[in-house]
Design a protein around this ligand. Structure first.
Ligand code: NIG
Ligand code: FE
Length: 437
């Protein structure tokens, strides 16, 4: 049965691969755009900070030209060229860059709604985790599942987030927690990279939770397994772009995180880490010292954390769906913006704390819960997300030379309507690398 399934999935993979390699040679001229959002004449080299985040450049009544998958021109309709094999009139619609979701765990075996029901009844996320639920529950399921089926399930989720406008995404391992299963997860991510129009970055998160067998005085043996066995194999196969550690009381200490980050640095992996989800432990300062591209969650931060971030290049990535789902914190977006910290938004799509990867909802939550302005939230979920994946040279804004990763809205009254009308489906079309989905 499983073997049969494997064959059909391989076939499915081959079909997708063929679809992907067919490059879009056609040119596309989009006309009568009500508002072309996040245009850049000279693409930024650094993420937006402080007041910059609220200044959203746009063009009214505009055109956009796409050739060979990339944006090759845009401007006011008065200057619209007579070009394009295909023409698309989008009167009344807004055009935005596709979302750049810089933090997800979308490879997992199955959902965990029974834990969620236990939380409704009063148990906390930490209590469930301490009893072997949570991440360890997901790890048990994933260890049992064949790679082909895991791939198929992840591909379904990726297709779903693609439809909601995500064009660049980060996907983590971290539900394997054995050498074999961490490699299995990362190989699934590599297969997703090969077949999907969505651009993918892979992050190795072996240090997501300490497996039960290592919890009684034996934690160092698990860290050693990560450093001596997992990292060298992952590096040899080129399976990861970044390294992550869940630095938290119920997971790994700051010292343990530093040990993993030092080892990963030898293989050229830069950190993007989970810190300050429940407790301030000094993880932000340590991660910044190790050259972290981003520090993610930041649901609780103290003055020392802010001071460190303010004078660093590290991006603070907020994941509002997780504290919304757990109903435990309101991440301090306004404080971070007021202190000129570079801020990105991501979905944290995972079965435990954020069972949705829909970026339009994340943008709405950012405005509703954290009081970000629509302009700030949109830029944090696109251009700053691209910076949080070191990919802003190709993604995250409407600029000549960048990939034509575009969202076309339905006819809507204003840009603010997009996050305001949370939960409603306001996207009409998604174009990735010049190709309409
Ligand atoms: O980002 N906090 C750590 N990791 C995930 C949750 C993992 C899980 O519960 O499965 C997060 O929230
Ligand atoms: Fe996460």
């Amino acid at each position: 049965m499983l073997r049969k399934l494997g064959t059909s999935i391989t076939f499915l993979g081959a079909t997708f691969a063929a679809r992907k390699t067919r490059t879009e040679k056609m040119s596309l001229l989009i006309t009568n755009i009500k508002q072309l959002v996040l245009t850049e004449e000279n693409p930024r080299q650094k993420p937006l900070r402080g007041k910059e985040l609220g200044v959203l450049p746009f063009l009214e009544n505009a055109f956009l030209l796409v050739e060979n998958q990339r944006i090759t021109g845009f401007g006011p309709m008065a200057d619209c060229p007579e070009r394009g094999d295909k023409k698309l009139d989008v009167t009344g619609r807004f055009v935005l860059p596709a979302w750049c979701d810089s933090h997800t765990h979308l490879v997992f075996a199955r959902s965990r709604e029974e834990e969620w029901v236990n939380r409704i009844k009063g148990m906390s996320y930490e209590e469930i985790a301490a009893r072997g639920g949570g991440i360890l529950n997901s790890a048990n399921r994933l260890q049992e599942m064949e790679e082909d089926l895991l791939f198929e399930k992840a591909l379904e989720r990726l297709d779903e987030v693609k439809k909601s406008g995500t064009g660049l995404i980060e996907i983590k391992s971290g539900y394997g927690l054995t050498v074999e299963s961490e490699l299995k997860m990362l190989r699934v991510i590599r297969r997703l990279k090969a077949v999907s129009e969505v651009e993918i970055k892979a992050t190795f998160l072996g240090a997501h939770s300490v497996p039960m067998a290592y919890r009684n005085g034996n934690r160092q043996a698990y860290i050693d397994l990560i450093i001596k066995e997992m990292l060298p194999q992952i590096a040899a196969e080129g399976l990861a772009d970044y390294v992550d550690v869940f630095c938290e009381k119920l997971a790994f200490s700051v010292a343990e995180m530093e040990e993993v980050l030092l080892a990963a640095a030898k293989f050229g992996l830069r950190p993007k880490v989970h810190v300050n989800q429940f407790n301030c432990m000094g993880g932000i300062e340590a991660a910044v010292r190790h050259g972290a591209v981003s520090v993610d969650h930041l649901e609780v931060v103290d003055e020392a954390d802010i001071a460190v971030l303010k004078s660093s290049e590290t991006i603070a990535t907020l994941l509002p769906s997780a504290p919304f789902f757990l109903q435990d914190h309101v991440p301090p977006a306004r404080r971070l913006i007021e202190n000129d910290v570079a801020l990105a938004l991501a979905s944290d799509f995972n079965p435990g704390t954020s069972p949705s990867g829909k970026m339009p909802f994340v943008v709405s939550l950012a405005c509703i819960m954290m009081k970000m302005l629509p302009e700030e939230a949109i830029q944090a979920a696109t251009l700053n997300g691209a910076f949080a994946l070191e990919s802003a040279n190709e993604y995250g804004s409407i600029a000549k030379g960048k990939f034509a990763n575009l969202i076309i809205t339905k006819p809507i009254p204003s840009l603010a309507y997009l996050p305001y009308a949370f939960g409603s489906d306001n996207l009409e079309q998604v174009i990735l690398k010049g190709k309409t989905l």
